[in-house]
Design a protein around this ligand. Structure first.
Ligand code: SOE
Length: 388
C-alpha cells in the first residue's frame, strides 16, 4: 500500500493553487507514487479566505491559525506558499515540530533568515526543499544530463535571462512584491533567484558578482480590496500611491567557482516578455540553448558533429528524457507550468520516501540567497562582491 501523508498548506493564493493541483495530480502521473499527498488542512489569513481555499483546492479542513496547525501530530508535511515575510517563522516552527517542509522561493527575505531556516531544518533532521520549479522542466534536466555526461565539455560561459512584463505598467498596484519589508527585494529575489538556481544546477556555485540594479517605477497605487493582483492596472486618478522600495531590474556579471564566467538579467518591466527564461551555455565541446516559452524543446550543438551537419538541433522532450516515464507518452504533447510543479511534488515526496535530501534544499536556497545578497550589495557599491 502506498503511504498517505497529510499536508498542511499555508497560503491559498497563486502558489497555493499550483501546489494543491500538484498534490492532486502527482500520483496520477507518477505511479507507483512515492507517497500519496493528502490535502488535510489549508491555512489562510482569515477564516473566510481559508474556507474558500478549502473548497476550491480540495482540503479536508480550513484554519487561520498556522501555529496550531504546524504542531498537529497528524500533519506530516508543511507547505509554505505565503509571501516571503513569514517563510522563516513558519519554517522554523515546522522544523521544530519535526515536519518535512517544502517552501516557496525565494527561501527568505535575507541571508540571516535563510541561514536560521537552514540551521533549524538540519537540526530537526527533516526533509526540506525550496520550490525553484524550473529545474523540473524536462528539457532543463536533459541539459543537466548532457553536461554531467561531459557532452558539452568544460563549461566556459553561462547566459541567463528572466524577463517578464507584469510590472511594466506604472499604474499596476503596489503588490507585496514591491515592498521590501514583505518581499526582501524585487526582481532580484523574485525572479533572478530562479536563474541563479538554474546556474547553480547546471554550472556550479557562483563565487563573485558585479551588478546594476534599477527601480523604474518609484510609487504605485495602493492595492484595492487587499487583493494581490499581479500587473492588473488600476485607474490611477484619485488612488493614493505609496513608495516602491525594491529593484525592478538587475543586470549582473558572474564568476563561477569553477572558472566559468557568465551574465544574468532579470526584470519584470520588459513589455512583451511574459515568462522569458532563457539559458545559453557554451562548453569546450558544444552548446545548449533553452527558452522556457518553448519549454518542450532543448537546443543542443555538438562540436564533434561532421562539419557539414554542424549546428543546433532541436530535441522535443518526451518519454526518453528525464521525468518522461511519468509525463505524457509522446514528445510534442507538451507540458506547462503545472507539470513542473507536479514533477517538483514527485521529487519532494521521493526524497521523503528515500530519506535523502532533494535539491534544491534549504542549503541550496541559502546559497542562492547569498548570491542575491551579493547582487544587491554590488548594486549599491558598483564593485565586484564576493558571495558569502
Ligand atoms: C512573479 O514574478 C512570479 O509569480 C514569480 O514570483 C514566480 O516565481 C514565477 O515563476 C512566475 O512569476
Amino acid at each position: 500500500m502506498t503511504k498517505v501523508m497529510n499536508v498542511a498548506m499555508i497560503g491559498g493564493g497563486f502558489m497555493g493553487k499550483a501546489h494543491a493541483m500538484a498534490y492532486a495530480s502527482m500520483p496520477m502521473f507518477f505511479w507507483p507514487a512515492p507517497a500519496i499527498p493528502h490535502r488535510k488542512v489549508v491555512v489562510d489569513i482569515t477564516d473566510g479566505a481559508a474556507e474558500d481555499a478549502r473548497q476550491r483546492f480540495g482540503f479536508d479542513e480550513a484554519s487561520s491559525d498556522w501555529r496550531s496547525v504546524v504542531n498537529r501530530p497528524d500533519i506530516d508535511v508543511v507547505d509554505i506558499c505565503t509571501p516571503n515575510n513569514v517563510h522563516a517563522e513558519i519554517a522554523i516552527a515546522a522544523a521544530k515540530a519535526g515536519k518535512h517542509i517544502i517552501c516557496e522561493k525565494p527561501l527568505a527575505r535575507t541571508v540571516d533568515e535563510a541561514r536560521a531556516m537552514t540551521e533549524a531544518a538540519k537540526a530537526a533532521g527533516i526533509i526540506h526543499m525550496v520550490a525553484f520549479n524550473y529545474r523540473r522542466t524536462p528539457a532543463v534536466a536533459l541539459a543537466k544530463k548532457f553536461i554531467d555526461e561531459g557532452r558539452i565539455g568544460k563549461i566556459l560561459n553561462f547566459r541567463g535571462t528572466y524577463l517578464q512584463d507584469w510590472s511594466a505598467d506604472e499604474n499596476g498596484p503596489l503588490s507585496w512584491r514591491f515592498q521590501k519589508k514583505i518581499a526582501g527585494s524585487g526582481a532580484v529575489g523574485d525572479i533572478a533567484t530562479h536563474v541563479v538556481d538554474l546556474a547553480h544546477y547546471l554550472v556550479g556555485p557562483i563565487a563573485e558578482v558585479i551588478a546594476m540594479t534599477k527601480t523604474y517605477v518609484t510609487t504605485r497605487p495602493l492595492q484595492q480590496g487587499g487583493v494581490d493582483k499581479l500587473g492588473a492596472s488600476v485607474k490611477s486618478a484619485g488612488v493614493e500611491r505609496a513608495p516602491v522600495d525594491v529593484d525592478d531590474e538587475v543586470i549582473s556579471m558572474l564568476r563561477f567557482g569553477n572558472g566559468a564566467i557568465g551574465s544574468l538579467e532579470a526584470t519584470r518591466n520588459a513589455w512583451g516578455r511574459n515568462n522569458f527564461i532563457t539559458l545559453e551555455i557554451h562548453g569546450t565541446k558544444g552548446s545548449i540553448h533553452f527558452n522556457y516559452e518553448r519549454r518542450d524543446e532543448l537546443q543542443v550543438m555538438f562540436a564533434d558533429d561532421p562539419a557539414d551537419a554542424r549546428g543546433f538541433r532541436t530535441i522535443y522532450t518526451g518519454p526518453a528524457h528525464p521525468y518522461g516515464g511519468g509525463l505524457w507518452p509522446i514528445p510534442g504533447l507538451g507540458i506547462g507550468y503545472s507539470e513542473t510543479k507536479i514533477v517538483e511534488c514527485f521529487d519532494f515526496f521521493s526524497a521523503i520516501a528515500s530519506g535523502k535530501q532533494p535539491s534544491p534544499n534549504f542549503e541550496d536556497g541559502l546559497l542562492t540567497e547569498l548570491v542575491a545578497d551579493a547582487m544587491l550589495r554590488s548594486g549599491e557599491t558598483g564593485k565586484w562582491e564576493t558571495v558569502g
